[in-house]
Design a protein around this ligand. Structure first.
Ligand code: NOJ
Length: 538
């Protein structure tokens, strides 16, 4: 098979759509599949290669689709199977790959498997979930905590046992030590792969296997008041167990039954543990999501250290990836501040590795304040007041200055950002030098310069607020200089190494400028330097 075709995900740029918030086509205030189809031209104009959809499957929506009651059904809120088939066809016709969210760790408590499992202790599906007797005092079997607050064990009166749920009680964990469970989920994967989907982002993949003895988790010595309560214990026995890698190898085998598919893992772990998810001999996930940029202090030195640590930790042959935002974390624009948004974009699209964009980041959408009576996120409802709510990064896409931002004809399920009349796709598309313009130029330049895709990453020593690195390939070298600071900075050309010109500035006004002697950076400016490239426009 053509290696180039197989490696599309290494060259490609991924874009996450949160379907509830992308585009509503039927006037119910919630986004849907027909809406996504209508907005595919935005994605092709932007220049991305693959779209990952957060869950669209049948669900009671206790966790907005991450609680699935039918793995092979489309929730009517999003449309029908016909709509889904039309989306696959339309995406592929537009040259876009389509990635689905696979949620194998838990089902909804409304899933027929759980209803059966719960019906009696000797039901054949009982062992598909994780049931334990209570502790001698009648309390939960151990001290494991739900990520959404409280004990991770829910008591079932009828059968007198507890079941385990790493998230909501409405999301019972499947027992991945049970062979039938594994085979059932692998069949789900085959169902969608046969429909033509190009891969999966696997939800909480590092949670799948739990300690066989259900030992208590140790207390977290670094827990601070004001942090979410589940952080009081370390997840030593409830996540990241060695046996999970054998499961992931099996999942990978399923995707390998089909041509050119990709397996992405959602994993929040320190870098040295994260890289184990590539698997032995790279039989694990092709892209264990690297979330290091989601929680870093935003400084040149901190980011430089992360890149160095990650590059060093990657096993030979493993392909890196980078993420700036997703539906669980505060928007990047709010984390780094508006002035740094263009620098963050340039960083994401020039580091070595596959970038994943979160919808709306290309127009600089920020975290939206949610009034208490508008909270929808169950995490915020269970653990109020700590700022854990995820609604603020899930607000509707801002398409235009029209009523409801062109997202819907009805009041959207979450409030719109107040500034949507100025920060929207229609206006920013027409505004030269806008953040949207910059994203497009960065993506276009990445396509023109192979060194930005497969070139090596070479850090170059720099001081203060400047992050400096080279990307080198047989085809040429590019130099990237990013000023994380709010004051001008300069870099001597001896650090850059050779004479170059500016290919792109985050201000989009220096293209073609020769750089000799010293490179002056304005406050909050990033530039890409290199030998002149035909047809690069700012
Ligand atoms: C991770 C998902 O990204 C998040 O949104 C969800 O709440 C949990 N997994 C539980 O499925």
């Amino acid at each position: 098979m053509d290696q180039d075709e197989r490696d599309w995900w290494r060259r490609g740029i991924f874009y996450q759509v949160y379907p509830r918030s992308f585009q509503d086509s039927n006037g119910d205030g919630v986004g849907d599949l027909r809406g996504i189809i209508a907005r595919l031209p935005h994605l092709t104009r932007l220049g991305v290669d693959a779209v990952w959809l957060s869950p669209i499957f049948t669900s009671p929506m206790a966790d907005f689709g991450y609680d699935i009651s039918d793995y092979t059904g489309i929730d009517p809120l999003f449309g029908s199977m016909e709509d889904f088939d039309a989306l696959v066809a339309a995406a592929h016709d537009s040259g876009l790959k389509l990635i689905l969210d696979l949620v194998p760790n838990h089902t909804s408590d409304q899933h027929p498997w759980f209803i059966e499992a719960k019906s009696s202790r000797d039901n054949p599906k009982r062992d598909w979930y994780i049931w334990r007797d209570g502790a001698p005092d009648g309390g939960p079997p151990n001290n494991w905590l739900s990520e959404f607050g409280g004990s991770a064990w829910a008591y079932d009166e009828a059968s007198g046992q507890y079941y385990y749920h790493a998230f909501l009680a409405q999301q019972p964990d499947l027992n991945w030590r049970n062979r039938e469970v594994r085979d059932a989920i692998y069949d789900v994967m085959r169902f969608w792969l046969r429909k033509g989907v190009d891969g999966f982002r696997v939800d909480v993949i590092w949670h799948l296997i739990k300690d066989a003895e259900f030992r208590d988790n140790p207390p977290n010595p670094h827990y601070r008041e004001g942090r979410p309560p589940h952080e009081k214990v370390l997840t030593q026995y409830s996540t990241d167990q060695l046996e999970v890698h054998a499961v992931i190898t099996e999942m990978r085998r399923v995707t390998e039954e089909f041509d050119n598919r990709v397996l992405i893992g959602e994993i929040y772990l320190p870098l040295h543990r994260l890289v184990a998810y590539y698997g032995n001999d790279l039989r694990g996930a092709q892209m264990p999501f690297n979330f290091a940029l989601l929680s870093t202090l935003w400084s040149a030195r901190a980011v430089e250290q992360i890149v160095a640590d990650y590059e060093k930790a990657l096993p030979p042959g493993a392909w890196p990836n980078w993420v700036l935002g997703n539906h669980d974390r505060p928007r990047v624009a709010s984390r780094v501040g508006p002035a740094q948004v263009p620098v963050a974009a340039m960083l994401l699209l020039t580091l070595r590795g596959t970038p994943t964009l979160y919808y709306g980041d290309e127009i600089g959408m920020h975290q939206v304040a949610i009034a208490p009576d508008q909270v929808r996120d169950p995490f915020e409802k269970n653990v109020p007041g700590l700022g854990v709510g995820r609604d603020g990064c899930r607000t509707p896409m801002q398409w235009s200055a029209e009523r409801h931002a062109g997202f819907s004809t009805a009041t959207p399920w979450l409030p719109l950002a107040q500034d949507y009349a100025s920060d929207n796709v229609a206006r920013l598309e027409a505004a030269r030098g806008s953040i949207l313009d910059l994203y497009k130029a960065l993506i276009a330049l990445r396509r023109k310069l192979p060194q930005l895709v497969h070139g090596s990453y070479e850090p170059v020593a720099a001081h203060g607020d400047v992050l400096l690195f080279r990307r080198r390939a047989a085809e040429g070298v590019a130099v990237i200089a990013l000023n994380f600071g709010a004051a001008p900075a300069s870099v001597s050309s001896s650090a850059i190494g050779f004479s170059n010109e500016v290919l792109l500035s985050t201000f989009m006004d220096r293209q073609g400028e020769k750089v000799e002697g010293v490179l002056d950076l304005r406050a909050n400016e990033g530039v890409i330097l290199g030998p002149p490239v035909d047809g690069v426009t700012e």
